[in-house]
Design a protein around this ligand. Structure first.
Ligand SMILES: NC(=O)c1ccc[n+]([C@@H]2O[C@H](COP(=O)([O-])OP(=O)(O)OC[C@H]3O[C@@H](n4cnc5c(N)ncnc54)[C@H](OP(=O)(O)O)[C@@H]3O)[C@@H](O)[C@H]2O)c1
Length: 371
């Protein structure tokens, strides 16, 4: 669990103290050692890779067969094809790697439990074990505020001391997978000294988003977006670029081994303000129609159950998770990252939303996907 870490073969056998680790890191900046990014064809991983390349790092990406790599190729990233659940592929990808950013996962509120099991837990365990064999100095895992489960609405923001896995819903596979991945990794940190740091972002948006912005654009285009409840609730949505910056800061901080950080907002914003910024960026009328939160949540449940019975491949238009992300009265504290890492978002909501929408409107825009 956070703050505890073990000590064993494969990791930390030299017993370097913080000062020496810092020295080793600054030397490695002079002559960069390889940094591995998983999920680099997706939203957050591509922002991490982009920022690491800008810092002069030698970036390698472990990419599935069939995944498109145009963006990574344009950055000059070394692309290694393989499967995260294959130990040999993970050994090849982690060879000679100093730091690892694990951004790959099956993401979203739709899919079967075996898909989440394989894409999240099996992949994470296989990769972490390979990182141990390779002596990787830092394993930066991207988790989610979903790892806390669904804590009850409240005034006080959720901080990193909050228990994981609260109130997991029926068939809430994404949430379960985020909890289980963290448990696997904290256990490896305790038992075998995995040099683990965890970032827990909230709902992400940005260029190359596959999950939510494309859905939003479709719904705005059809004028089907509604404000959930009054719309005055705090929204936890954050630009992937500022999460990538936090991840890189945390991975380079010797004191962040064994720590987790929430990265969830770029300042206070309500649901209504966020929807207004999207409408403004799209140059469409702002959303003024409301629907009670309970109606949206209940409707989402019914649509999900129907979709499950019919074995639909795509998520229904409304889901419980989507309603909860937009309409809950719950916030997450980023104080720990601000105080300990000196992290602060480098851009605000208006600019990052405009940037995102601009990217989606470019004729060449195509969220990096699979062929
Ligand atoms: N999106 C959000 O709102 C959000 C919020 C909080 C936390 N997070 C977390 O942030 C991380 C990155 O999310 P994202 O939004 O950037 O996701 P994304 O855009 O959907 O990208 C997911 C990445 O993981 C790879 N991947 C998926 N399944 C895989 C598998 N079975 N084996 C190997 N690679 C696989 C994908 O590769 P392909 O190109 O081959 O598909 C892609 O590169 C995830 O851990 C997610 O849970 C996301």
């Amino acid at each position: 669990m956070p703050g505890q870490s073990g000590w064993s073969r494969g990791w930390d056998t030299t017993g370097l103290d913080g000062a020496v680790v810092a020295m080793v890191q600054s030397e490695s900046e002079a002559s960069p050692r390889t940094v591995l990014v998983t999920g680099a064809t997706g939203l957050l991983g591509s922002h991490v890779a982009e920022r690491l390349v800008a810092r002069g790092a030698a970036v390698r990406a472990l990419v599935r067969q069939g995944s498109r790599t145009e963006f990574l190729d344009s950055l000059g990233v070394e692309v290694v094809r393989g499967d995260l659940t294959n130990p040999r592929d993970c050994d090849a990808a982690t060879a000679g790697v100093a730091q690892l950013y694990h951004c790959a996962a099956k993401v979203g509120d739709w899919g079967t439990w075996p898909e989440f099991q394989r894409g999240c837990m099996d992949a994470t365990r296989t990769l972490a074990e390979a990182a141990g064999r390779a002596g990787v100095e830092r394993f930066l895992h991207i988790s989610s505020t979903s790892a806390y489960g669904h804590p009850a609405d409240r005034e006080r923001p959720v901080d990193e001391t909050e228990p994981l896995g609260q109130n997991i819903w029926f068939m809430d596979y994404y949430t379960r997978s985020k909890v289980d991945c963290e448990r696997i990794l904290w256990d490896l940190a305790d038992r075998s000294g995995l040099p683990l740091t965890i970032i827990r972002p909230s709902w992400l948006f940005g260029e190359r988003d596959r999950t939510t912005i494309p859905r939003f654009l479709r719904e705005f285009g059809r004028r089907r977006v509604l404000v959930l409840g009054k719309g005055d609730n705090p929204l936890s949505a954050v630009y992937a670029g500022v999460v990538a910056e936090a991840a890189i800061l945390a991975a380079h901080d010797p004191g962040s081994r064994g720590e987790a950080y929430n990265i969830t907002n770029q300042g206070p914003i309500t649901q209504r303000e966020f929807l207004d910024l999207i409408a403004d960026a799209l140059q469409v009328p702002r959303v003024r129609r409301h629907i009670p939160y309970r109606v949206a949540y209940g409707g989402g449940f019914l649509m999900e159950m129907q979709g499950r019975l019919l074995r639909q491949q795509r998520p229904p238009r409304v889901t419980r998770y989507g309603a909860w992300l937009l309409g809950r009265y719950l916030a997450y504290s980023t104080e720990k990252a601000r105080a300990r890492l000196g992290w602060q978002p480098s851009i605000g909501y208006r600019e990052s939303i405009e940037r995102t929408i601009r990217w989606f409107r470019e004729p060449s825009a195509d969220p990096v996907g699979r062929t």
